[in-house]
Each structure stands twice: as C-alpha cells, then as structure tokens.
Design a protein around this ligand. Structure first.
Ligand code: GAR
Length: 191
C-alpha cells in the first residue's frame, strides 16, 4: 500500500480529484490533507471524503519538525502539492528526496517563481500573447518551481481566451493528468 499526503492552501479541487481517483485503488491511499490555511475549502472537501486533515502555522512548518514527524508517523511515501502556496522548507525536501511533487498551471520554466500562482499565472500567460499554455508536474526542491520536470502537456490559447477560460482549460488538464502521473510515479517507486 502506497500512502500519499496532499498539501493544499485553497479550494482543493485537485486534492478532491486525487482523493476520488485513488478511492477505488486498493494499492494507494490518501492518508491526510495538510494546509497552512485554516479557512481553506480543501478542509471541507477532505472531511466530506473522510480524509484526515492537519492545519499548521508558519512557525511549525519552518521552525520545527512537527510536520516531518507527522508524515513519518503516517508512513507517507509521496507528498503531493496541489495549490499549496508556501515554499517547502529545506528540512522537508531533505527528508523526502524526489518524493515531493508539485503541479504548476503553466509551462515551466516560463510563468513560474515566487508570486506566480493561480490566476496570476493565467493573467501573465494572457498578457504575454502566448499561443499555448498547459501544466507542469515537477519534483520539488527548495526553490519555487525549479525542480526536475516529470510531465508537461499543453492546451491552445486563442485571442478570445481570457485568464478565466485559460484557467478552465488548465484545470481540465490537471484533473485528467495529475492522478495518472502520481500513479506512474508510485509504480516506479515500487520497481
Ligand atoms: C491549481 O491550478 C494549481 O495548479 C495551482 O493552484 C490551483 C489550485 O486549484 N498551483 C499553483 O499555482 C502553484 N504555483 P485547486 O485548489 O482548485 O486545486
């Protein structure tokens, strides 16, 4: 049995999609959803789906090993960031080498880095006049959006698209591919 922990800061539609995807897989389970945001909607989604939740403070995340301890106690194999907005601290990257992944809602290395999240990304894509956008799934290191890329796929962006319609296309790609890439990665970890 492979055990996943999801970190999310907001709505959690990806977290929900991943929990539901693995709900029918006896080999994989989402053991917890962790968040820095006590008001995050992802907490409701996790509770509805019967997944444990943990809210942590900035102090706990950066200055203590409380989260590492929790993940260790839960025997977590893979940490999945899904709309998680804080930089992952060095000590956590160190404890989970190539076992933390993130999804970014554009084609890295463009449109990434600090402050590039959610709609800011889609607004930047629109403003750039790019003819395509997409998703990037990558390993996490101690810098925003700079870890090795595992997977990318694209969608067209036309003149008529707005940041909102780009976001909708990108979300569809996220829902389709993020669970599958996680599944593949877990299989590789078994090999
Ligand atoms: C997703 O589009 C994800 O790619 C993005 O935040 C959204 C979260 O949506 N992540 C980033 O921008 C990270 N830099 P969700 O809470 O509904 O899953």
């Amino acid at each position: 049995m492979k055990r996943i922990a999801i970190f999310a800061s907001g709505a959690g539609s990806n977290a929900k999609n991943i929990i539901q995807y693995f709900g029918t897989n006896p080999e994989v389970t989402v053991v917890a959803v962790l968040t820095n945001n006590p008001n995050a909607k992802v907490l409701d989604a996790a509770a509805e789906l019967g997944v444990a939740t943990l809210v942590f403070s900035r102090e706990e995340f950066y200055k203590t090993h409380k989260i590492n301890q929790f993940l260790g106690d839960q025997h977590v194999d893979l940490i999945v960031l899904a709309g998680f907005l804080w930089l992952v601290p060095q000590h956590l990257v160190h404890d989970y080498p190539r076992r933390i992944i993130n999804i970014h809602p554009a084609l890295l290395p463009k449109f990434g880095g600090k402050g590039m999240f959610g709609n800011h990304v889609h607004e930047a894509v629109k403003a750039s006049g790019a003819e395509e956008s997409g998703i990037t799934i990558h390993f996490v290191n101690e810098k925003y959006d700079e870890g090795d890329i595992l997977f990318q796929t694209t969608c067209k962006v036309s003149n008529e698209d707005t940041p909102e319609t780009i976001a909708a296309k990108v979300h569809q790609l996220e829902y389709e591919y993020y669970p599958k890439v996680i599944e593949q990665l877990l299989l590789l970890q078994n090999a």
